[in-house]
Design a binder for this molecule. Structure first.
Ligand code: PLP
Length: 360
């Protein structure tokens, strides 16, 4: 089955085979070696040149575990979080802080509109109680790419902490984490890194990690500093999904061999292939090109074709597309181009789309 949903993704045979390595105990040296290897590779891939300023903290759990851990562990007593919300995942950030009553009124934008840095600057001046700002890098809801650099500059100039949900962006979009002074970036194995779901991570600026130790514990499992291995012994507090870590390690080997820049270029090329062919078919995108990411395109459903019919006809040929969410549910469909997939596979998928759309 070719997965055109934004994770889980198709993985290579090499990554799949890594699941079958030996059974090990997570309190033994073999696990420490695996963990340190993954941490080093994550820093090499995503904070090149700034490896010594950041720590990679791994959590067994899906992307939400990393995001929630970053958000809930980064607020001192009496301080608040401001959320930039322009999609389902921004909404989820709001809900996370909302449960604990730690948010200030979020800055909401339409789902097809990027957050405005100047509006944020004003809000931060008006709310001295705001300690951190959280935003989604790539809003998977629509495929919209948020302006990380501009927002990071405002957050930094106002001496606040920036927390970024880059779950669907890392290895798919360019980002300068250290240069933009981003304190916390949440990611996952199971999207553009091309591993399996089940392990996620937070890249944290080391100086901030020290400050976080004094912050209140709002969750047992997700309290981030719990996971920090002070003595470098390669231990984790809870039983890790060892086999998924093996595959993650192999996926990171593949990523570093391909090169992060080349991975991003490959995704961009596949997105362009999809977009050009869809344009020829008259299938209209939700977003203009200047707002689109490298890895997801949202399309209005063609006239006379329901999502279910389109989905089922494509699935019958081995292709899984993705529905719209929220108020876009019956209006759009999404095509993701993450994963270990070839140009020939995308071309075959687009042939199938053409067949279904022209027959409708
Ligand atoms: C931007 C973003 N954040 C968070 C998540 C949540 O990740 P998970 O479903 O792995 O918990 C997703 C999932 O698609 C996402 O796209």
């Amino acid at each position: 089955m070719m997965l055109l949903n934004p994770g889980p993704v198709n993985v290579s045979e090499r990554v799949r085979q890594a699941l079958l390595r030996q059974d090990i105990c997570h309190r033994e040296a073999e696990f420490a070696e695996l963990l340190h290897g993954i941490q080093g590779k994550l820093l090499k891939a995503f904070v090149p040149g700034g490896e010594s300023d950041y720590a990679a903290v791994l959590i067994t759990g899906s992307g939400t575990a990393a995001v929630e851990s970053a958000v809930m562990s980064s607020l001192p007593h009496g301080k608040r979080m401001l959320i930039l919300n322009n999609g389902v995942y921004g909404e989820r950030l709001s809900q996370m802080v909302g449960i604990h009553r730690l948010g200030v009124s979020e800055l909401k934008s339409e789902w097809t509109v990027k957050p405005d840095p100047e509006r944020l600057r004003l809000a931060l001046r008006q709310h001295p109680e705001v300690h951190g700002v959280a935003m989604v890098h790539h809003e998977t809801t629509t495929g919209l790419l948020n302006p990380v650099k501009d927002i990071a500059e405002v957050v930094d100039s106002q001496n606040r902490v920036f927390i970024l949900d880059a779950v669907s962006a890392l290895a798919g979009e360019t980002i300068d984490i250290a240069g933009a002074h981003i304190y916390m970036v949440a990611g996952t194995a199971g999207k553009c890194i091309q591993g399996f779901p089940g392990v996620s991570f937070v890249l944290v600026r080391k100086g901030f990690l020290e400050r976080m130790r004094a912050y209140p514990k709002r969750s047992w499992y997700l309290h981030l500093t719990h996971y920090v291995d002070d003595h470098g012994e390669g231990t984790v507090p809870f039983t890790p999904a060892v086999q998924v870590y093996y595959a993650f390690d192999e996926a990171l080997n593949e990523l570093l061999e391909e090169g992060v820049v080349k991975r991003i270029q490959r995704y961009k090329k596949m997105a362009t292939l999809i977009r050009e062919r869809m344009a020829k078919l008259g299938v209209k995108p939700l977003l203009t090109p200047d707002r689109q990411s490298n890895t997801i395109t949202a399309y209005y459903l063609p006239e006379g074709l329901s999502y279910q019919a389109l989905h089922d006809r494509l699935k019958g040929q081995g292709y899984v597309i993705y529905a719209g969410q929220g108020n876009l549910e019956n209006k759009i469909f999404r095509v993701a181009n993450m994963g270990a997939l070839t140009e020939a596979q995308f071309t075959a998928f687009l042939d199938a789309v053409e067949q279904v759309v022209t027959a409708a």
